[in-house]
Design a binder for this molecule. Structure first.
Ligand SMILES: NC(=O)c1ccc[n+]([C@@H]2O[C@H](COP(=O)([O-])OP(=O)(O)OC[C@H]3O[C@@H](n4cnc5c(N)ncnc54)[C@H](OP(=O)(O)O)[C@@H]3O)[C@@H](O)[C@H]2O)c1
Length: 281
C-alpha cells in the first residue's frame, strides 16, 4: 500500500479516511493545528513528506459563514488545494481533492453526471469550484471527488442536528423542496480507497446511491431511531431562511466510478448503519 497523506484528518471525512487507511504501510495525518493548508508553505511540507497520494479532506465547510468571510473561504478552499497540488507536483504524488455537489446550480429536477458544466451560486460553492480549477492547472495525476450531504458518527451534521431538535422540541419542521444525496462519510472513504487503486484520474461523484429531500431524510431517521410517531411537517425552503439558499436539486449521479466498478450502497442502508453506531441500536 502506498504512503498516504490525509489533510483535515479531524473532520468527518478525514476521520473516516484515517480509519479506512489505518493499515497502510505509511500514513501521515495532518489536522489544522499541525498544518494550515492555506499557508503557501504547505507545498514545501508535502514535498518533504514525499507521499505517494495526498487526500485533501480539509476545507472551509461553513457555507453560510463563507458569505461573511469570502477571502478566508477562498484561501482554504481554492488556494489550499493549489498549494497541496504544487507539493504533489514536486514529489510526484497523486492528489485527491474532495469537492461538492454545490458547484452545480441544482435546478429543480436536474441530475448531474461528472461531465456537466458547473455553475456555483454561493461564495462557498465558488471557492470549491475555484479549488477544482486551480489544481487542474497544476497537476495531471489528480482525482476530483465530489460528494454531497456528508454525515458520520460524532459529526456536526444534519442527522445529528435533526435528532437533537426532535428530542428538544418533540416535533420537526423540515424543508421538503431541497434534494441531495445523503452520504455516509465512511462509504466515501472506502470508495476513495478503491478509486486510487484504479489510477484512472479524473472527476468522480462518490455519493450514496439514490436521492432524498431533507424532509425524507429526517422522516427516515425518525423511523430508524424508533421515533416514527413524532410529527414531521414538510415546509418550503423559503420558510427556513438562511444567509445562502442552497441549490434545490444538486443531485449527483455516479457514472464514472460505477463504470470502474465503484458503487456506493443506497442512502437508506447507509443511514441504518450510522444509526446502529451513533444510537447503539
Ligand atoms: N459536509 C458536507 O455536507 C459536505 C457536502 C459536500 C461536500 N463536502 C466536502 O467534503 C469535504 C469534507 O467535509 P467534512 O464534512 O468532512 O468537513 P468537516 O467535518 O468540516 O472537516 C473539515 C476539516 O478541515 C479542517 N480545516 C479547516 N480549515 C483548515 C485549514 N486552513 N487547514 C487545515 N485544515 C483545515 C477542519 O479543522 P477544524 O475542525 O479545526 O476547523 C476540519 O477538521 C470538504 O471538502 C467539503 O467541502 C462536504
Amino acid at each position: 500500500m502506498p504512503h498516504i497523506l490525509i489533510t483535515g484528518a479531524n473532520g468527518q471525512l478525514g476521520h473516516a479516511l484515517v480509519t479506512q487507511f489505518a493499515s497502510a504501510d505509511r500514513l501521515t495525518c495532518w489536522t489544522r493545528p499541525d498544518r494550515d493548508i492555506a499557508d503557501p508553505a504547505i507545498a514545501d511540507a508535502v514535498a518533504e513528506a514525499g507521499p505517494d497520494v495526498v487526500i485533501n479532506a480539509a476545507a472551509w465547510t461553513d457555507v453560510d459563514g463563507a458569505e461573511e468571510a469570502p477571502e478566508d473561504a477562498f484561501a482554504v478552499n481554492a488556494l489550499g488545494p493549489k498549494y497541496l497540488a504544487e507539493g504533489c507536483a514536486r514529489c510526484g504524488a497523486e492528489f485527491v481533492q474532495v469537492s461538492t455537489n454545490e458547484v452545480f446550480s441544482g435546478e429543480a429536477g436536474r441530475y448531474y453526471r461528472e461531465y456537466e458544466q458547473i455553475s456555483p451560486g454561493s461564495t462557498y460553492a465558488r471557492s470549491k469550484a475555484a479549488g477544482e480549477h486551480a489544481i487542474t492547472a497544476v497537476l495531471d495525476r489528480l482525482y476530483i471527488v465530489r460528494v454531497a450531504w456528508l454525515y458520520a458518527p460524532g459529526g456536526n451534521n444534519f442527522p445529528a442536528k435533526i435528532s437533537a431538535a426532535a428530542d428538544r422540541l418533540g416535533s420537526l419542521r423540515v424543508v421538503s423542496d431541497e434534494f441531495g444525496n445523503p452520504t455516509h462519510a465512511p462509504d466515501v472513504a472506502a470508495a476513495i480507497a478503491q478509486l486510487i487503486e484504479k489510477r484512472r484520474f479524473g472527476i468522480y461523484h462518490l455519493t450514496n446511491d439514490g436521492c432524498a429531500s431533507r424532509y425524507e431524510w429526517a422522516v427516515e431517521l425518525m423511523r430508524l431511531t424508533g421515533r416514527q410517531s413524532l410529527p414531521v411537517t414538510p415546509i418550503a425552503a423559503h420558510e427556513w431562511p438562511r444567509p445562502t439558499m442552497p441549490p434545490p436539486h444538486a443531485v449527483l449521479i455516479n457514472q464514472a466510478g460505477a463504470a470502474l466498478g465503484i458503487n456506493l450502497r443506497n442512502w437508506r442502508e447507509a443511514l441504518a448503519d450510522y444509526v446502529r453506531t451513533e444510537f447503539s441500536m
